[in-house]
Design a protein around this ligand. Structure first.
Ligand code: FES
Length: 109
């Protein structure tokens, strides 16, 4: 089972075993990982599942689709090179150990 390592905004780390085919937002929500809101349920509609994928892993992901790219540009947290929407990052065995950092905020005040 591929593991996802979440680095939380308080500096702590959680490692969760996922199933191939799960997405990073879904796994976070079902394990009470703080800081990922997933307001739209994974329909690439809200941008509240923003994560920073570590460079080592970011290069292995498919490029973001138009909708994801647009939402990331309007994100409440600063967009960085590894920025992705967690609901669009599908876990595979090859991504075992993927590390994502959760930004300090997902929504505008
Ligand atoms: S959960 Fe809404 S865009 Fe990912």
């Amino acid at each position: 089972m591929p593991k996802i390592i979440y680095e939380l905004s308080d500096g702590s780390t959680r490692t969760i075993e996922a199933n191939a085919g799960d997405n990073v937002m879904q796994v976070a929500m079902s394990h009470d990982i703080a800081g990922i809101l997933g307001r739209c349920g994974g329909f690439c509609n809200c941008g509240t599942c923003h994560v920073y994928v570590d460079a080592q892993w970011a290069d292995q992901l498919p490029e973001p689709a138009f909708d994801e790219d647009a939402l990331l540009s309007e994100s409440a947290a600063e967009r960085q090179p590894g920025s992705r929407l967690g609901c669009q990052v599908i876990v595979t065995e090859a991504l075992d150990g993927i590390t994502v950092t959760i930004p300090e905020r997902q929504e505008f005040d």
